[in-house]
Design a protein around this ligand. Structure first.
Ligand SMILES: Cc1ncc(COP(=O)(O)O)c(C=O)c1O
Length: 396
């Protein structure tokens, strides 16, 4: 006769931990919610920011080669040296500023990890961090988790230009960091040389760290120049610049990015990085180092995406939407007030469930979910997808 042993379990008091959540206000992101709804209704999905076309076969075969060559063990903690060298050369040739591959460049799990790590390395309880809204959604949870306080500068539709005196007024003796993003998601605006000079002037007498999210650095239109922080030595010497191979090489799923900063700041960054991830996918780093050797792989991106933007805008020019052409990123904001005065979340949902097209409501990026009557459409899509989208949008 077999004997069954009966275990007694203590009941875990989850509630106690949930009620002291470190991120009580964080819900499932708008991207997941909209994406799920779009799939359920088989909608054309221009919501989330990723391409639906293939990455370059050359890049894929370089990853394959690196795998077969046996680069299967840990990469150096800071990243594969050849890739750091390639990044240093790229920045020097584009922005005439040289970062040491040894001490000032680290390869990360996408820009998201670079941003999280830079914030974690410096922000402690009570530190204020200026966040310009509308803002990409990964900044604030990282600040809050580290005990910091996000301080907002809300930009106004439809231009979403920074009022630098309003910005300056937000600086206090508790301000430890400022976060900027150019080209800007979701508005598609860019910071100009004059913007950067004003920022430089404001920060000069302070000890504030600048975190510059430049993941769309190679997607900028109409002959304009990406005014990277790296072009402004007085900014660069206080800054982390975060970038994403995922955005640049159509491989967002690879989650590969990097971060550059002066030696002293980078040393602190690496203290966190080495215990959060230690190092990043080795064969992919080898492949990226190889792929980066040909500058046309990133320099041609402006024209590639400008064609897509123009195709999309040309297609909807007879629609009821109002817009200012995106200056950078692969996002286009559309104002829908000639169609409805409803809240953007309501119209966004209706477009998915009734018309079969998905976009992102901008309120989710604004302070207190302010409604700008704008929806964000991602045009990093195949021509057929854009054609289908245009057809629907013109019928509204
Ligand atoms: C402004 C901005 N920053 C950072 C990221 C994250 O980049 P990655 O996928 O390399 O982590 C995104 C992705 O959408 C973004 O739009």
């Amino acid at each position: 006769m077999s004997v069954f042993k009966i275990h007694t379990f203590t009941i875990m008091d989850y509630e106690q931990h949930i009620s002291t959540s470190k991120l009580p206000d964080v819900k499932t992101t708008i991207f997941t919610t909209v994406g799920n709804l779009a799939r359920k209704h088989h909608a054309i999905d221009l919501s989330q920011g990723f391409p639906n076309f293939k990455a370059d076969e050359k890049l894929k075969s370089m990853v394959n080669d690196a795998l077969l060559a046996g680069h299967n063990q840990y990469a150096p903690m800071q990243g594969y040296y050849g890739l750091r060298e390639g990044i240093s050369e790229k920045i020097a040739s584009l922005h005439q500023y040289t970062y040491s591959p040894e001490d000032e460049i680290t390869i990360t799990v996408g820009a998201t990890q670079a941003i999280f790590t830079a914030i974690t390395a410096f922000i402690t309880k009570g530190d204020e961090v200026i966040v310009i809204k509308p803002a990409y959604d990964c900044y604030e949870p990282a600040i809050t988790l580290n005990g910091g306080i996000p301080v907002y500068v809300q930009l106004e539709a439809p231009d979403y230009k920074i009022d630098w005196s309003a910005f300056e007024n937000k600086i206090t003796d508790k301000t430890k960091m400022v976060i900027i993003n150019t080209p800007h998601n979701p508005s598609g605006t860019i910071l100009t040389k004059s913007d950067m000079e004003q920022l430089e002037k404001i920060l000069k007498p302070t000890n504030i760290i600048l975190l510059s999210d430049e993941v769309y650095e190679h997607i900028i239109f109409d002959g304009q120049v990406h005014e990277s922080v790296s072009r402004f030595p007085d900014l660069a010497n206080r800054s982390f610049v975060c970038a994403s191979f995922g955005k640049t090489f159509h491989v967002t799923g690879w989650k590969m990015g990097y971060c550059v900063a002066p030696t002293e700041l980078m040393a602190e960054f690496r203290k966190v990085h080495q215990f959060a991830v230690f190092c990043v996918d080795h064969p992919v780093q080898r492949a990226l180092a190889n792929y980066l050797k040909n500058p046309s792989h990133y320099l041609d991106l402006n024209n590639f995406y400008q064609e897509k933007r123009d195709f999309f805008l040309d297609g909807i020019k007879s629609s009821k939407f109002k817009y200012k052409p995106s200056q950078g990123t692969y996002f286009q904001l559309l104002n829908y007030t000639q169609i409805s005065m409803d809240k953007d979340e309501v119209i966004g949902k209706r477009l998915i469930t009734e018309k079969g097209i998905a976009s992102i409501p901008i309120s989710s990026f604004n302070v207190e979910n302010r409604n700008d009557h704008m929806l964000r459409f991602c045009f990093a899509k195949k021509k057929e997808t854009l054609e289908q989208a245009v057809e629907i949008l013109c019928k509204l």
